[in-house]
Design a protein around this ligand. Structure first.
Ligand SMILES: CCC(=O)Oc1c(C)cccc1C(=O)O
Ligand SMILES: [Zn+2]
Length: 304
């Protein structure tokens, strides 16, 4: 912890109060969090609905970030801090590179932009068109999804295409669940603000949103980099099966170990099954009920 930080507050997209780790300099407050260990910084910027990155620091005159136009900034900053804390406290990982890299988010990117992404260096969030999406940083599972793309890139390096790409997507959804484990839905807080109860994807019921939940229904396509956002339903369902049988605490240890120790850029679904089984064996024993539950979870989706 350094003595330069200040604590502000603001309201997120859901009008929810949030305390903010900010930085004061020369009469201006910044969304610049200096509270993390080993000088890890979390900073939030705005593209002001343009498309140049990284954009300007989000600033405020009195450390009360209460304007509606600041809500996306507030959520991006607060949720990035939560995801940092999760990886540090649960997996002893210091930022996405495990070396205290600065976590940078840019909000208000583009115009009516229904998208969020990790661009290899930072997270970027559109404001949505107000119908399909509202500002995408308004969901903790979305922020965790994007930051997990960065972790995956620095560890397994799963190539973003076909089965390795669907695994890349699935690990981002699964860690999105580990952060936001109130439900098995993805993006429900920002998807179709005018419609309640729907989501981008469901880990418990992938077919509800057009995804397969079994290898027999794998979609062979070249679009969307080989269907990475569709075929992720299969490993997502296996993850749901696993979490339901062994619980979140064991599942997140097994998933983190598979991602950081065993998976490689070209791993396919079958290799992911083996990596998760090996991780379960390493952590809980090869003959353990935990091991057998992981096996059953993947048997049930037709991946051997
Ligand atoms: C759950 C977060 C998510 O899926 O973000 C994306 C969106 C909204 C559109 C296109 C790609 C992505 C992604 O991060 O894969
Ligand atoms: Zn993704």
């Amino acid at each position: 912890v350094t003595d330069a930080g200040t604590t502000g507050y603001g309201y997120g997209l859901l009008d929810d109060y949030k305390s903010l780790n900010t930085y004061y300099s020369n009469g201006t407050y910044y969304l610049y969090d200096v509270t993390k260990p080993m000088n890890g910084v979390i900073e939030t910027r705005t593209a002001n609905n343009g498309s140049s990155l990284p954009g300007n620091y989000s600033v405020d005159s009195n450390n009360a970030w209460t304007a509606y136009s600041q809500a996306a900034d507030v959520d991006a900053h607060a949720y990035a801090g939560k995801v940092y804390d999760y990886y540090k406290n649960t997996h002893n990982r210091n930022s996405f590179d495990n070396n205290g890299a600065t976590i940078r988010s840019t909000v208000h990117y583009g115009s009516n932009y229904n998208n969020a992404f990790w661009n290899g260096s930072q997270m970027v969030y559109g404001d949505g068109d107000g119908s399909t999406f509202t500002s995408l940083s308004g969901a903790l599972d979305v922020v965790a999804h994007e930051l997990t793309h960065a972790v995956t890139e620095r560890t397994a390096g799963l190539q973003y295409q076909y089965q390795s790409g669907a695994l890349n997507e699935s690990f981002s959804d699964v860690f999105g669940y580990f952060l936001d484990s109130g439900d098995y839905l993805m993006g429900e807080d920002v998807y179709t603000p005018g419609v309640s109860g729907d989501a981008l994807r469901s880990l418990s019921n992938p077919p509800q949103y057009g995804q397969p939940a079994h290898m027999n229904d794998y979609i062979n396509t070249s679009s969307d980099n080989g269907g990475v956002h569709t075929n992720s339903g299969i490993p997502n369902k296996a993850a749901y099966n696993t979490i339901q049988s062994i619980g979140k605490a064991k599942a997140e240890k097994i998933y983190y170990r598979a991602l950081t120790v065993y998976l490689t850029p070209t791993s396919n679904f079958s290799y992911a099954r083996a990596a998760l089984l090996q991780s379960a064996a390493d952590l809980y024993g090869s003959g353990s009920s935990t091991y057998n539950s992981v096996k059953a979870a993947w048997d049930a989706v037709g991946v051997y």
